[in-house]
Design a protein around this ligand. Structure first.
Ligand code: HEC
Ligand code: HEC
Length: 378
C-alpha cells in the first residue's frame, strides 16, 4: 500500500516535469507581442470598414500568400463591392524589409517605398491608407474607424497596449492619435515572424537540409544566369538579412501591356474619369513633385517586388496582366519577339532593355517556374 502510493507520486512528478518542460514546437502565434497580437486582431477585423464586411485580410489572405484570394480578377473590389481599385493586391509578406523611397546612385534607380509606386515610406504610414480609401474600406474619417474598433470590442486590448486614455476621443488630435495607433499595431503584426517566416523549401535548401529537384536546380541556375532574373530579384541575402528577399527594390518599366480586363477601366466617371484611356504611370507620378517639369523618365516604372510566396499570389504584375507564372516568365523571354504577339506596352517610354528576348526554351521556362514554386513559406 505504502509503496504503491509512492509510485503514484513519483510517476505524477515525472509527468508534471514533462508537462512543464519547454517543448521545442512552440506555435508561432504565441511569439506575437501584445501589440502584434492586437494588430493581428485588427488585420482580420471586418467591422472596421464602412459598411462592415472588409478587412485587410480580405485582400491580403494568409492562405494566398497574404495577397487577394480572388485570383480571377486582376484587381480587388472594395467593401462597396461594385467599386474596383486599379492595381493588383501584392503580398504583405516581407514588406517590412522595403526601405523608404530613396535614389540609389549605384543602381541608377529609385529604390524602396511601399505600394507598387513607392508613394509611402513605412508600414505604419501605409496601414492608414486602406481604411480611408473610398475604393477599399471606405471610411469617411479617422474618428469613425476608432469608433468601429470600440464597438467591435477591441477597446480593452487596445488600452492595454496604448494606455488607459488611448481611446478618449474628445478632440480631433486624440482621434488622430488613436487612429495612428491602429496602424502602428497592424504594422507590428506585419513585422512579426508570422509574415516573415523564411521557411520555404529554398530556405531549407540554403541551410543544406533539403535538395532541390533537378528541374528546380536548373531553374535556379537560369534565374541567376541566362534568365537575368537575379539582376533585380536578388537571390542572395543582403545586408545581414536572414535570407534572400528576391528584390533590390529598384524600379523598372517592364513594358507590360495594358490590361483590358482591369475592371477599373469600366468604372463610372466619378471613380475613373478617364475611362479606358486611363494609364498607370507608377513611379513617374510619385516623384513628379520633386522636379519642376515632372518626371516623365520614371513613367511606367514599378518597384521590383519580392518573389517569396509568388506561387500563391496570382495574378501577376501591377495590373494583374499575367494569370500564371508560366505566362509572365514567357513574357520576360519573348516580349521583343514579334511572333509572340504581346500587345503594345501600357507605357512605351522607359522600357527596360535587358529583358524580352532571352532565348529560353519551353523546358527552361518551366524550370524557372518550378524554382519559383520553392519560394513558398510553410
Ligand atoms: C480592397 C483590397 C485591399 C484592402 C482591403 C487592403 N489592401 Fe493592402 N493593398 C491592396 C492593393 C491593390 C495594394 C497595391 C496598391 C498600390 O500599389 O497602389 C495594396 C498594398 C498594400 C501594401 C504594400 C505592399 C508593397 O509591396 O508595397 C501593404 C503593406 C498593404 N497593402 C497592407 C494592407 C493593410 C494593413 C490593410 C488593412 C488596413 C490593407 N492592406 C487593406 C489591396 C487592399
Ligand atoms: C530589370 C529588372 C527585372 C528583371 C531582370 C526581372 N524582373 Fe521580375 N519584376 C521586376 C519589376 C519591376 C516587376 C514589377 C513590374 C510591374 O508590375 O510593372 C517584376 C515583377 C515580377 C513578377 C510578378 C510579381 C508579382 O507580385 O506580381 C514575377 C513573377 C517576376 N517579376 C519574375 C521574374 C523572373 C522569373 C525574371 C527572370 C526571367 C524576372 N522577374 C526578371 C523587375 C525585374
Amino acid at each position: 500500500m505504502f509503496r504503491a502510493s509512492w509510485l503514484v507520486i513519483v510517476l505524477g512528478l515525472v509527468g508534471l516535469g514533462w508537462y512543464l518542460w519547454p517543448h521545442s514546437e512552440v506555435p508561432l502565434a504565441s511569439t506575437l507581442s501584445a501589440k502584434a497580437a492586437l494588430g493581428k486582431q485588427l488585420f482580420f477585423e471586418k467591422r472596421l470598414s464602412e459598411p462592415a464586411g472588409q478587412s485587410c485580410a480580405t485582400c491580403h489572405d494568409p492562405n494566398t500568400g497574404f495577397a487577394d484570394p480572388e485570383n480571377k480578377l486582376p484587381t480587388s473590389n472594395g467593401t462597396l463591392t461594385w467599386v474596383f481599385g486599379f492595381r493588383n493586391s501584392p503580398t504583405v509578406t516581407y514588406s517590412k524589409f522595403i526601405p523608404p523611397l530613396d535614389y540609389d546612385e549605384g543602381l541608377v534607380s529609385y529604390v524602396g517605398g511601399l505600394f507598387w509606386d513607392g508613394r509611402v515610406d513605412s508600414l505604419a504610414e501605409q496601414a492608414e491608407k486602406p481604411f480611408l480609401n473610398p475604393l477599399e474600406m471606405h471610411n469617411y474619417n479617422k474618428w469613425l474607424v476608432v469608433q468601429s474598433l470600440i464597438k467591435a470590442g477591441h477597446g480593452p486590448a487596445f488600452r492595454k497596449v496604448y494606455g488607459a486614455k488611448s481611446l478618449d476621443l474628445k478632440t480631433d488630435a486624440q482621434a488622430n492619435a488613436a487612429f495612428a495607433n491602429i496602424a502602428d499595431a497592424i504594422s507590428a503584426y506585419e513585422q512579426s515572424a508570422e509574415l516573415n517566416r523564411f521557411s520555404s523549401k529554398f530556405d531549407s535548401h540554403l541551410k543544406g537540409k533539403v535538395k532541390l529537384t533537378a528541374q528546380e536546380a536548373l531553374g535556379l541556375e537560369l534565374f541567376n544566369g541566362k534568365g537575368r532574373c537575379a539582376f533585380c530579384h536578388v537571390s542572395t541575402a543582403q545586408n545581414g538579412q536572414p535570407g534572400p528577399l528576391f528584390t533590390n527594390f529598384s524600379y523598372h518599366n517592364l513594358g507590360i501591356p495594358k490590361n483590358w480586363s482591369n475592371p477599373f477601366l469600366y468604372q463610372p466617371d466619378f471613380i475613373n474619369p478617364l475611362g479606358d484611356d486611363f494609364v498607370d504611370n507608377g513611379l513617374g507620378e510619385t516623384v513628379a513633385e520633386f522636379y519642376p517639369e515632372g518626371a516623365k523618365w520614371e513613367d511606367g516604372k514599378f518597384r521590383t517586388p519580392t518573389l517569396r510566396n509568388i506561387e500563391k499570389t496570382a495574378p501577376y504584375g501591377h495590373n494583374g496582366f499575367f494569370k500564371s507564372l508560366k505566362e509572365i516568365v514567357h513574357f520576360y523571354n519573348t516580349r521583343e519577339v514579334p511572333s509572340a504577339g504581346w500587345g503594345p506596352p501600357e507605357v512605351s517610354a522607359n522600357e527596360n532593355p535587358r529583358i524580352g528576348n532571352l532565348g529560353l526554351t519551353d523546358a527552361e521556362e518551366d524550370a524557372i517556374v518550378a524554382f519559383l514554386r520553392t519560394l513558398t513559406d510553410k
